[in-house]
Design a protein around this ligand. Structure first.
Ligand code: HEM
Ligand code: HEM
Length: 139
């Protein structure tokens, strides 16, 4: 246990900059999506038990804590998808993509794409919570 805590601590405090942050967010994101998938399998399964049971369970997702977790899920999904493509490029074409300059450009692009996709998705996710209707998003 002490060893596990120490290695997690080392993983957080290691000063590896871009590549290290990408690795950490990718891993936490991947595991987060997987955890959500388990819950999601349960909620979709409940449709089979009738509309009332399903709707009763879905009330859980309207809780503020779940809204925050939904934000984290959105960010994790976008980052994992874009960063995953970056990793694939480096893995398959190392001669072209593994030099530091390409790595830096790709990391910046990953962060940019993640933010550009995350912001409107995050606004659409919290808007109903504050009773705001968005002209560009179906109610
Ligand atoms: C908060 C975001 C999400 C919402 C609101 C959502 C909603 C839904 C709904 C309503 C269905 C049932 C569709 C149907 O049977 O007609 C579904 C199915 C499914 N979702 Fe999601 N989902 C979300 C995120 C995700 C994520 C992140 C994953 C992947 C990790 C995922 C994986 C799946 C799978 C595998 C199915 C079953 C597909 C099927 O049976 O055809 N979902 N989702
Ligand atoms: C656009 C879709 C996706 C892409 C392009 C993608 C890409 C990748 C790549 C390239 C890796 C290897 C990382 C490495 O070598 O360090 C990886 C790891 C992983 N992915 Fe995905 N992935 C996607 C979707 C998902 C989904 C939907 C889940 C969860 C249900 C997931 C869970 C994981 C996990 C748990 C790891 C291991 C992380 C680690 O060992 O650090 N991924 N992904």
């Amino acid at each position: 246990m002490a060893q596990a805590i120490s290695s997690i601590w080392q993983g957080i405090t290691y000063r590896g900059r871009d590549g290290h942050y990408a690795w950490m967010i990718h891993r936490v994101g991947g595991l987060g999506i997987l955890l959500f998938l388990f819950l999601h399998i349960l909620d979709i399964f409940l449709i089979g038990l009738g509309e009332e049971t399903f709707n009763d369970f879905l009330i859980l997702y309207t809780h503020p804590l779940f809204k925050i977790m939904e934000m984290a899920l959105l960010f994790g999904v976008f980052f994992h998808a874009f960063n995953g493509v970056r990793i694939i490029l480096v893995d398959f074409w190392p001669a072209r993509f593994s030099n530091w300059k390409a790595q830096r450009t790709m990391f910046r692009l990953v962060v940019l794409l993640t933010v550009v996709f995350f912001i409107p998705a995050a606004i659409a996710t919290v808007a109903p919570f504050f009773n705001i209707s968005l002209p560009w998003w179906p109610a």
